[in-house]
Structure formats: C-alpha cells, structure tokens
Design a protein around this ligand. Structure first.
Ligand code: AMP
Length: 397
C-alpha cells in the first residue's frame, strides 16, 4: 500500500480528518462531532454507517477510533508518513508552515491568547496525534501565515502604538490557506505564474474574508485581530462601529455577551432572524421573506465595497476570484455583488455565472468586462497535505 498523508482539523467539539495518497489525491475523509459529550459520533464520508464512539469520547479517542476504522476498511494500510494540522493563529512567529517539535508547540501555545477559542483545541489535536503516532513527523499550517506579508499600513490599527508593541494588537487575517490556494489556482487558470499574478480573492463560506494578492503575495485582507472583522458572515457581524460597545454596555450587556452576539447571533442569521445558511436564505427570499432578501442584499453590498477597498493595494488586477461554499455555489450572490461594481468595469455573463460552481471552475465575466472573474473551488486540505509532505518528507510523498 502506498504511503499516505493525514490532514487533521480540530474544532472545539469536532475533528475533521482527510487521507491523501503519495500523489496528493484525497483517498478518504472522516468527521467526528459532539466530542466530549454523551452524543459523540463519527463517520467516514461516503459510508452510511456511523463509526461507534464511546460516550464522552475525546479528540484522542475519536482520532484513534477513526484511524482504526480507516485501517479496517483498507483505506490506510500503515501509519501515515506525515501529518498536517490546521492551526488558526500563528501570530507574528509563524510566517509559514512549521515542523512540530517541543519548541514550535510552545510557540503555538504562546499564540493562544490571540485565539483562545481555536489554538488550544488545535493543540489538543496535535498532542493527541503525537501520542498516537509518536514517530510520525507532524506539521502545523497556520490560517494567519500567508498574511504575514501585509505591510504596516494594512496591518496596524490606528490605536496607541503601545498596544501593538506590548500586546501584539494588529490585523492578522485568516483563511490564509484558502487565499494562498486561490493565488496559485487563479494563476494556473490564467496561464500565468503566481509571482506575476495579482488577484482579489473572496472566500465566502460560513466565515468570509477577502484578500488583495499582489504578485502572489497577500497585501491586504478584511479579517483583523480576530476573524470577526470585515465582511458580513453566517453568524458574525463583520465591521461595526466600535462605539457600539459603549452603547451596548450602557444597555447592561456585558463584554462577554457583546462578543457572543457579534460572533454567534449576527451576520446573515441576525439580519434574517431565521438562518445563517445562504441556501436557505435564498429559498426564503424567493418565497417573499423580506428580511432574508435584505440579509443577502447587505451581504453582497458589503462584499462589493470591500472589493473596491482591496483595489487600493493593487497596481493591476488579473482576476476577481470567488470561492468557499457561497462563493462557489451561489450564482445569485456573485451576480448581486458584481451588480454594484459596474463602475469599476466588472461585467458578468449570466449564463457562464450559472454554469460554474463547486464542480466546475472557470471564468464568468462577459466579453466587455475590464477584469476576469473566476469561480474556483477551494481545497485547504490539499494545501495542508502538500505542506506536510514538503516539510516532513522533503516532498518525497
Ligand atoms: P462553507 O463554510 O465554505 O462550507 O460554506 C457554507 C455556506 O455555503 C453556507 O451558507 C451554505 O448555505 C452555502 N452554500 C452551500 N451550497 C450552496 C448553494 N448551492 N447555494 C447557495 N449557498 C450555498
């Protein structure tokens, strides 16, 4: 059996796992959810049958159980030859992926104050995997790393400079793995090299961010110190007036509750009062639900404004790229967004827009558009697998 690469993405109560072969083709993916609760469950994609997990199963138990299930099904014959982990925050320490050892693990722990909801669970996954596979090399791939090329004018907030010096308060940006993939895939589709290609990359999923990429390098992005800033998202507000905090505090809402509302009860969910799911929102809007139609309208308008903002960092533009669950699948969102951008020269071809999606990447602009517009399915797991291979095996797998 060929050597395999394992990609692991740990959330607070979930674990996603993907297996790649030595040609970097995805062989399987699996998911465990509701970990550390009595309803913990797991399944391998494409299989109807759940993989039984004991009640209260931890990340480590879920991982061990899923690996055994993959081996029993002959999807993995041997232990993987390298493991790649998604890690949300690499602070200013990690400008690229890193081989995991005691030193790099301690550095990830140091970044935890910047991402208290994410880095500790990413570390749980790393430690669980280390104890299961003590001799397999492991690599961390950071959501923030690709944006470490942002210039100070793009990453500094207009705050007292001591906040940056003493507490590392700055804009970091996220979804870096996806934006990096867009830079490379867009260049490939356009018959160019990444180093000579400038794009605006819109990653629109449940979380949304947009990045200006100049000659292959991230030069501005919409997310900031945390993944809350910028675009309207599924349950996150994106940009609000910072004066809102004092106003809401005056209404008796605690800082913790304000944070909870902005992260979990706002965005498309808050605006529609119904759902954070774009597909359901489109159905509701089609059936006359005005708040859902307005939520989509606000989502697209904010996105269009940010496309304009990203232009300020570029001297040329080779393509605007849509990706993520919404970016890949919603012709409606793409059409509505581009409708605000005709003054900048963006024009859409409605037939092409409808024909491209998650399973067919391609160009959707009309012949009179000043810039190409692309739809490209993202593949963050593939980037992590490639990085694990590059760092852990010198690219031999
Ligand atoms: P992601 O976080 O990348 O998985 O994206 C999730 C978002 O993509 C959700 O809002 C989904 O409703 C949305 N999505 C997935 N498929 C479609 C579709 N066919 N049309 C519109 N939105 C979709």
């Amino acid at each position: 059996m060929d050597a395999s690469l394992l990609v692991i993405n740990c959330g607070s109560s979930s674990l996603k796992l993907a297996v790649f072969d030595d040609q970097h083709r995805k062989r399987a993916s699996a998911l465990a959810e509701r970990l550390n609760s009595k309803n913990a469950f797991a399944r391998i994609a494409g299989s109807e049958q759940a993989v039984p997990l004991p009640s209260g199963a931890s990340h480590e138990i879920a991982l061990g159980t899923l690996i055994k299930a993959l081996k029993d099904r002959a999807i993995m014959a041997n232990d993987p030859c390298a493991i790649g982990h998604r890690v949300v925050h690499g602070g200013e320490t990690f400008r690229e992926a890193a081989l995991l050892n005691d030193e790099t693990i301690a550095a990830i722990e140091d970044c935890a104050s910047l991402a208290p909801l994410h880095n500790p669970v990413n570390l749980d996954g790393i430690l669980a995997t280390r104890s299961l596979f003590p001799s397999v090399p492991q690599v961390a791939v950071f959501d923030t790393a690709y944006h470490q090329t942002l210039p100070p004018r793009a990453f500094l907030y207009a705050l007292p400079e001591t906040y940056y010096r003493d507490w590392a308060v700055r804009r970091y940006g996220f979804h870096g793995t996806s934006h990096y993939f867009m830079a490379h895939e867009a260049a490939r589709l356009l018959g160019r090299t990444p180093a000579t290609t400038s794009i605006i990359s819109a990653h629109l999923g449940n979380g949304c961010s947009i990045t200006a990429i100049r000659d292959g390098i991230s030069v501005d992005t919409s997310m900031g110190l945390t993944p809350l800033e910028g675009l309207v998202m599924g349950t996150r507000s994106g940009d609000v007036d910072p004066g809102l905090f004092d106003f809401l505090a005056g209404k008796g809402i605690s800082a913790k509750d304000i944070n909870e509302v902005l992260n979990k009860q706002s965005g498309l969910l808050g605006l529609s009062g119904q759902t954070n799911d774009m597909r359901s929102l489109c159905d509701l809007a089609d059936h006359g639900h005005t708040p859902s139609a307005l939520a989509i309208d606000i989502f697209c308008f904010r996105l269009a404004k940010y496309v304009g903002a990203m232009m300020a960092s570029l001297t040329s533009l080779d393509a605007l790229v849509f990706t993520g669950g919404i970016g890949e699948n919603s012709a409606r969102v793409r059409q509505q967004t581009l409708g605000h951008l005709s003054l900048m020269g963006f024009q859409i071809d409605n037939a092409l827009n409808k024909s491209h999606g998650a399973h067919s990447q391609g160009r959707i602009e009309s012949s009179d558009s000043r810039f190409p517009v692309l739809v490209i399915p993202t593949d963050e797991e593939l980037v992590i697998a490639r990085e694990a291979s590059r760092l852990a095996t010198g690219g031999s797998v």
